[in-house]
Design a protein around this ligand. Sequence first.
Ligand code: NAD
Length: 290
Amino acid sequence: PAQLLDGKVLSQRMYAAMTTQVQELTTKYGRPPGLAVLMVGDNPASAAYVRNKERACERVGIASFGTHFPTDVTQAELEQTIQALNTDDRVDGILVQLPLPGNHLDGTALLLKIDPSKDADGLHPDNLGRLMRGEPGLRSCTPNGVMEMLKAYDIAVAGKKAVVIGRSILVGKPIALMLLAENATVTIAHSRTPDLATVTQEADIVVAAVGRPNLVTADMVKPGAVVIDVGINRIPTESGKGRLVGDVDFAAVESIASYITPVPGGVGQMTVAMLLHNTVLSYSRRLGET
Ligand code: NAD
């Protein structure tokens, strides 16, 4: 059976290292790194994500400047808040929790207001452009978490055939660019790719970022391939609570892959760790540390 790429263990290790680093930096510069999360409305899933982020910050010693707005907040009010955070020296990272409720708010316009040097999610066009150009910048968290996992388990990427399923700005496209930057030969498959199985069967590394349970079945995977499951899907259970699964038929694929990420406990655990990593990186760059 495949070896598990354990996001839980890896993220714990990152938190431990960051805690020490943040303590040292806080002593040296007289203030901790700061992250501001803007949340609008009360979508329960978003609220849970925001709580996780704030708890993780607290754990490593990053200050939270979270602001919670009612659903009827105006675009102008949010933009003014972002402008104020851009010039607030205690704040190193800013993010707007998506999705935004209703249709009176323009998420892209908000993103464009964030100072790119404080763009903790790495989704500002300036940072996406830097990724495209192979220049340093803030990288988006889930894709960067995938790369961190491959690195931590010493999985060679250079010269390998990688297939990324999914082409979103949030996940698929940036992962493809990051794998390319590490010299993989990259194919991007998507909803209009005919005969997905023949494409994935060639891959040494398969990344699934779609949002469909059991999309990747065992017959689609080359024996010995590395399988990274980014998908997060809630499927109904008898108890009514539901259960989280990825895009990969884990039980079947596990027996033929060389490495595989579990869901939960895989890529998802890395995302918040990379957000904190970005906040510390932005702090260090802004203070001239790196
Ligand atoms: P998205 O809906 O924006 O993109 C899905 C992509 O899948 C699209 O590019 C589409 O072309 C492709 N696709 C759809 N059906 C397909 C099919 N039948 N065959 C091949 N490709 C198909 O979603 P997203 O934001 O990129 O997220 C993808 C998944 O990753 C979701 O399950 C999401 O919940 C999860 N996700 C996880 C994390 C994490 O931290 N682990 C972070 C972000 C997203």
